[in-house]
Design a protein around this ligand. Structure first.
Ligand SMILES: *[C@@H]1O[C@H](CO)[C@@H](O)[C@H](O)[C@H]1NC(C)=O
Ligand SMILES: *[C@@H]1O[C@H](CO)[C@@H](O)[C@H](O)[C@H]1NC(C)=O
Ligand SMILES: *[C@@H]1O[C@H](CO)[C@@H](O)[C@H](O)[C@H]1NC(C)=O
Ligand SMILES: *[C@@H]1O[C@H](CO)[C@@H](O)[C@H](O)[C@H]1NC(C)=O
Ligand SMILES: *[C@@H]1O[C@H](CO)[C@@H](O)[C@H](O)[C@H]1NC(C)=O
Ligand SMILES: *[C@@H]1O[C@H](CO)[C@@H](O)[C@H](O)[C@H]1NC(C)=O
Length: 929
């Protein structure tokens, strides 16, 4: 095929003395091989473009390329290898695949030139693209294209190839947008789109606990789209981006140095950013790292697939000084067959192709160099200056094995295989030796449906034209001898979204990166929560401690969790909730012990008193104070003391019910007995006839005590039946659960106490009236005093009881009960005991009589009239009492009255007018006895 005119493809300017030239479009071909079906290839064998003059291009010339990229070269070799091995196999049954590979120089313009060539009409002498409305029958130069290397150029080519729906199968263009089948209907690729890579990166960054990172991207479609995609993924993983910077994509851009310096300034300024994600072309990375090394900037770099395994980058830098590099690359297959193919490169029929000639030229220039890889990476000659003179130089390929990126080898191989399988399916029922057998759009349809097995994996384009093979995670390691070793440490599985480590050693090595910190704020400890400060980033925050009853059990939590308030509590700044301790007024409490001892002493006194009283039952003192009535009082006091025991210890329903009732009833018995006593006294010394009549009828000891107590029993019964006390867990206190008795009905409780109070008040009134009665004989003063104590104590009790809460509530009541019990015990019984034990001389009938006599005479002498009338009342009264009271039951009462008799007698003997009646009474009395 010889084309005479450069109709479409502008030719390279032929520099004199230099072999390379572009006189015809065929000079533009990198390497080609004829076949029945020809597929195109587009690879960035050179990494950058050199414009013919400064600034923007002035003339329409295809620019020169520079920066030989071994990776691109290897990818194009891989395509050759794939085509050759398919031709060697029986896959296509005699149909021979041919190829035509161009170098795009990573440049859209150059790539478009090549794409136009692909579009030109097949087998015409004119090298032109025909204009048509309907390209259905149009047969272009190639049936399919493999490439391009970069997303930006790929997008441009794909749009051009859409015209004829020529399938474009890329091995490395990963931009997410290319999955859009409306914009890029003829585009397919053998790698996943970037959304998976950015997701995997964000996941990795999040996994290491980094949340304050920077992003650098090349100013092209790939960079900008990756930036956007990564931004979204980072947000989903709560990773914040401190800065996102875009570097010019063309080295010829004059602002590039300024821009890189700016970026480095930002990196230095953002000192908390230790991790930087870079979606950069390799040459930009090199430029950046060179400047970073000068400034001694060390960071952890996350490399995108575009440079993660770039030997150009890794060969030139003193990598240990730049920090760490973690990279992502496409999952690879077995590259050993390809490496074997490479060793024979020099002997192939392509020996005279442009690509191999350029490679040979560089090798020749570098032959002196020890580090061939380094030399090639630094090789700065522009493509037109290459010395491509043909000689018999053997091509060295031994060093290529180390720098092959198996990921790209694999994806390139897959791209060619997919096309071959699709051709096979298409050619089942047609003669594909004929170049017009099918049009590219038919191949595209076949490609979309193709499935085949590669190394045990089923390969199939999904509906968006991607193949979801996973990623490899690479780590750049410095080996002992200073050589950089790019090691695959893990695979990222797209389906499970997991990192699967190659082995444990690598996993350990990998997790060492966790020690690197890249956070906007130091993490909040458990017990604290994040409070976003003024910064718009959620990753920058202050830590505040959780309030009481709240906790955080993990670091960096955004909010405090509430403890289960009913059963748990926590102090401020807590990382856990504690079970509330169950507490109650227990026996081992100091106060409880004191109270129990006091109760015990009370009971002891009761026993002593009881013994003393029983022993001296017939002495005047005992008789005067009621005799057996005292025993009833003592018994009720005993129960009252006993009831305090129910206030202590773990509350139970039974105890709650018992304690109030026991106290209420026994204390009512006690008070009603005392009431009886004071009534008796009042009766004895009350001289208002009406009142006396009333009192007389009231004075029915058994009925009275029984009635008074009965009412209390009824109150308690109602209480028990309708709103009985029960145990509750008091949860209002923050740290513990207090077991306590809920009184059920506070009204019933009040009525019970109120009832006792009423009795006590009546008692007090009666006793108060009789407070001036004779000394030994008179208890009124003491009863008054006892009741006063009772009132004071219970009146104090109410506010204290209402305001006290917690476990000492029962203690308050116990204290009140004890004081009122002691009040009665001390006031009513101790003076008697004292007299019985120590004043035996006054505990005789005669002493009593003498005393009453003294009292009487004194009173009479001072208030003769009234006293006289009093005396008469006494006698009258006494007679009526003896008349109307049940004798047996009130023996003690009549006994006490017995002592009135003598003074009366004496009285009467002194005061004539009264004597007769007194004597009459005396008679009656003796007869009744
Ligand atoms: C294809 O077959 C030829 C001849 O047998 C052999 O030299 C070549 O290495 C084979 N190529 C591949 C890629 O297997
Ligand atoms: C385009 O050409 C094909 C084959 O020549 C024909 O079948 C098809 O109808 C044409 N389409 C239009 C829109 O004319
Ligand atoms: C095809 O794969 C791409 C990833 O490469 C994914 O984003 C897309 O959702 C997949 N499409 C379908 C229909 O599964
Ligand atoms: C290259 O070397 C081969 C033998 O290795 C020889 O046959 C051939 O003539 C040589 N070609 C040139 C151009 O030197
Ligand atoms: C790189 O590391 C891998 C695994 O750690 C090892 O197998 C390989 O030999 C190393 N290569 C070089 C060149 O050190
Ligand atoms: C923290 O507490 C929550 C809620 O109780 C629980 O689900 C979670 O497992 C706890 N986390 C840790 C690390 O204990």
């Amino acid at each position: 095929m010889a084309f005479v005119a450069c109709l479409l493809i502008p030719c390279f300017v032929v520099a004199s003395g230099v072999v390379q030239s572009c006189r015809t479009p065929d000079d533009f071909i990198g390497v080609s091989s004829p076949g029945d079906i020809v597929i195109g290839g587009l690879f960035a064998v050179h990494g950058k473009m050199v414009s013919s003059g400064p600034g923007t291009p002035q003339r329409p010339e295809i620019p020169y390329c520079a920066g030989f990229e071994l990776q691109g070269f290897l990818q194009s070799m891989c395509m050759i290898y794939a085509v050759e091995s398919i031709n060697n196999s029986t896959l296509l049954q005699g149909i021979k695949l041919g190829f035509e590979i161009y170098d795009t120089c990573a440049e859209v313009t150059v790539a478009l030139a090549a794409a136009m060539r692909f579009l030109s009409k097949f087998n015409t002498s004119e090298n032109f693209v025909e204009f048509r409305c309907n390209y259905t029958d149009y047969i272009p130069r190639v049936k399919a294209v493999v490439g391009g290397s970069y997303s930006e150029e790929t997008m441009a080519i794909s749009r051009l190839l859409n015209l004829d729906l020529i399938p474009l199968v890329s091995h490395s263009a990963s931009a997410e947008i290319l999955s859009n089948k409306i914009r890029f209907p003829s585009f397919l690729r053998t790698i996943p789109n970037d959304s998976f890579q950015t997701k995997a990166m964000a996941q990795l960054i999040h996994g290491f606990g980094w949340n304050w990172i920077g992003i650098l991207a090349t100013d092209d479609d790939y960079g900008r789209l990756a930036l956007e995609s990564f931004g979204n993924q980072a947000m989903a993983f709560n990773v914040c981006i401190a800065f996102r910077e875009i570097l010019p994509s063309h080295l010829s851009d004059s602002t590039i140095n300024t821009k890189i310096n700016q970026v480095l300034k930002i990196i230095v300024r953002e000192s908390r950013v230790n991790v930087i994600v870079a979606f950069l072309k390799p040459y930009l990375v090199i430029k950046l790292f060179e400047k970073a090394l000068v400034r001694k900037i060390q960071r952890t770099w996350i490399a995108s697939d575009s440079w993660s395994a770039s030997s150009r980058v890794s060969s030139i830098l003193n990598f240990n000084k730049i920090g760490n590099v973690i990279g992502f690359t496409f999952k690879n297959g077995n590259a050993s067959a390809f490496l074997n193919f490479l060793t024979n490169l020099g002997k192939k029929q392509f020996r005279n192709s442009k690509l191999l000639k350029q490679y040979a030229a560089i090798l020749r220039d570098c032959s002196e160099d020890i580090d061939l890889n380094q030399c090639i990476a630094n090789y700065s000659k522009e493509s037109w200056m290459y010395n491509t003179s043909t000689d018999n130089q053997t091509l060295r390929t031994d060093f290529l094995g180390d720098i092959v990126q198996p990921g790209f080898v694999h994806s390139t191989y897959l791209a060619v295989s997919a096309i071959a399988y699709a051709i096979r399916n298409l050619c089942k029922d047609r003669n594909c030796k004929d170049p017009n057998a099918f049009a590219p759009w038919e191949l595209l349809q076949a490609l979309k449906k193709v499935t085949f097995i590669d190394e045990g994996r089923r390969i199939k384009f999904n509906s968006t034209g991607d193949i979801n093979i996973g990623y490899n995670v690479l780590v750049w390691k410095q080996t002992q001898n200073g050589v950089l070793n790019i090691t695959t440490v893990a695979e990222y599985n797209l389906q499970s979204e997991e990192f699967l480590f190659v082995d444990e050693k690598e996993e350990e090595y990998f997790y060492d990166f966790q020690e690197i910190q890249s956070k906007c704020s130091d993490e909040c400890q458990p017990g604290q929560m994040k409070k976003t400060s003024t910064s718009p980033h959620t990753c920058c925050y202050d830590c505040v401690i959780c309030p009481e009853n709240h906790y955080t059990n993990e670091t960096d939590m955004g909010y405090c969790l509430l403890c289960d308030n009913i059963t748990h509590w926590s102090p401020a700044n807590s990382s856990e909730c504690y079970r509330k301790a169950v507490d109650y007024f227990d026996w081992d409490d100091g106060l409880a012990i004191v109270l129990v001892i006091l109760s015990g002493i009370g009971i002891f006194f009761i026993l002593i008193t009881c013994i003393i009283f029983t022993k001296h039952l017939n002495t005047p003192v005992v008789k005067a104070s009621g005799g057996l009535l005292c025993h009833i009082i003592l018994l009720s006091l005993f129960f009252s003391f006993l009831s305090t025991g129910f206030f202590i210890g773990k509350p139970e329903d039974f105890k709650c019910k018992t304690r109030q009732m026991m106290f209420g009833i026994s204390f009512t018995i006690c008070v009603s007995c005392i009431l009886l006593k004071s009534l008796k006294i009042l009766l004895a010394f009350s001289f208002d006839p009406q009142l006396q009549d009333f009192l007389k009828c009231l004075y029915k000891p058994f009925t009275m005590v029984f009635t008074c107590t009965g009412i209390q029993v009824i109150i308690c019964a109602f209480w028990l039946v309708f709103r009985a006390p029960y145990v509750v867990e008091n949860l209002t206190i923050s740290k513990m659960i207090i077991l306590e008795c809920e009184e059920g009905s506070i009204i019933a409780f009040g009525v019970m106490l109120g009832y006792i109070a009423i009795l006590a008040f009546v008692c007090f009134i009666f006793a108060f009236k009789g407070r001036k009665l004779p000394e030994n004989y008179n208890e009124a003063k003491f009863i008054t005093f006892g009741m006063l104590i009772y009132f004071i104590v219970w009146i104090t009790f109410i506010p204290v009881y209402v305001t006290t809460f917690g476990k000492f509530l029962p203690a308050v009541e116990v204290i009140v009960i004890l004081i009122s019990n002691y009040g009665i015990l001390v006031c009513t019984f101790f003076p008697k005991c004292y007299v019985i034990l120590y004043k035996q001389e006054s505990n005789t009938k005669s002493a009593f009589l003498k005393m009453i006599y003294n009292y009487s005479s004194k009173s009479v002498s001072s208030h003769t009239i009234s006293q006289m009338s009093m005396e008469s009342r006494i006698t009258e009264h006494r007679s009526s009492i003896t008349d109307c009271c049940c004798r047996s039951s009130i023996n003690c009462v009549s006994d006490s009255y017995f002592y009135f008799q003598k003074p009366e007698q004496r009285f009467t003997s002194v005061q004539g007018p009264l004597s007769s009646s007194a004597q009459l009474l005396q008679r009656k009395r003796t007869s009744s006895i």
